[in-house]
Design a protein around this ligand. Structure first.
Ligand code: ADP
Length: 259
């Protein structure tokens, strides 16, 4: 049978009398499951036809004379189909992160060495337009899932690059304080106004759709980050000032630190 899900609330209204509210959220739970399955299946089904289309586009591109009128349109078709592929991949990642079944074993993930390697990718991505500072506690590692954690790090770093104009500074920090381990990315970029901040982790939510598209965004990055962090009992704290820059900090519980 389907497990029934109850939302229990106990209100200590009076000293002796307690009020117990039992609400059946079983229907709601099923609906969420159906939505998740639908997105996962649709994304999966779209992947194959898209791969075929993309393959033929590439074949056609190879077969063009350099002055052919089809060079430009084919290039654009290729770009768009690659965009669609990244959206589908992100949707698949997101539903994998949501599904309760996909939990393997947590391992010790060496965050500092991973970030050192990412520094090279970041420099390449930035094409010399930004200056980077990496402050890493090399004696600190994290208990968790390596590949998902890598995508958290890369998503936040690449956002800092994409939303920071030329000449900006990007600071990446991996450290521990009394509260636990933190991964933090600060930039001196375009910033985000207060009313948008709480909505950034919603799927497809963007402050500026055009800019996000131009820089290769799918609008799913921070939704993925949030889900992965939830899997690690961690929180994303966003602070930002319009025109000044942003700070994205991941707060992990103390129990996840490995020394
Ligand atoms: P996208 O692919 O659109 O970048 P994300 O989920 O990664 O999707 O981010 C959602 C939105 O949050 C972005 O469209 C952008 O408006 C805003 N954003 C994310 N990171 C930054 C940042 N470092 N500085 C300014 N805005 C940001």
């Amino acid at each position: 049978g389907i497990p029934r899900v109850f939302n229990l609330k106990l209100f200590p209204y009076f000293q002796e009398h307690k009020l117990l509210i039992v609400k059946d959220i079983h229907e709601l739970y099923n609906l969420a499951q159906i939505r998740r399955d639908f997105i996962a299946n649709a994304s999966h089904e779209l992947r194959t036809p898209l791969t075929v289309l993309n393959g033929y586009i590439e074949v056609m591109m190879d077969g063009q004379e350099p002055d052919s009128m089809w060079v430009k349109p084919l290039e654009q078709m290729h770009n768009q189909s690659e965009r669609m592929q990244s959206i589908i991949n992100d949707l698949l990642t997101l539903s994998a992160m949501e599904s309760e079944t996909l939990v393997g074993k947590e391992k010790t993930v060496p965050i500092a060495p991973i970030l050192k390697k990412m520094e090279q990718d970041a420099t390449q991505m930035s094409q010399g337009k930004h200056s980077f500072r990496f402050e890493l506690d090399e004696s600190l590692a994290l208990k968790g899932y390596e590949e998902p954690l890598k995508s958290v790090l890369m998503n936040l770093i690449s956002n800092a690059i994409r939303y920071t104009p030329e000449g900006g500074q990007i600071t990446v920090r991996w450290y521990e304080d009394a509260k636990g381990p933190h991964f933090q990315v600060d930039d001196t970029g375009i910033g985000i106004s207060q009313e948008h901040i709480s909505r950034l982790t919603e799927r497809f939510y963007r402050v500026d759709t055009a800019r996000s598209r131009d820089t290769g965004g799918t609008g799913l990055g921070l939704a993925i980050v949030k889900h992965i962090l939830e899997r690690h009992d961690a929180k994303l704290v966003i602070k930002s000032q319009l025109g000044k820059g942003s700070s994205f900090r991941c707060d992990f519980p103390r129990s996840k630190a490995v020394h």
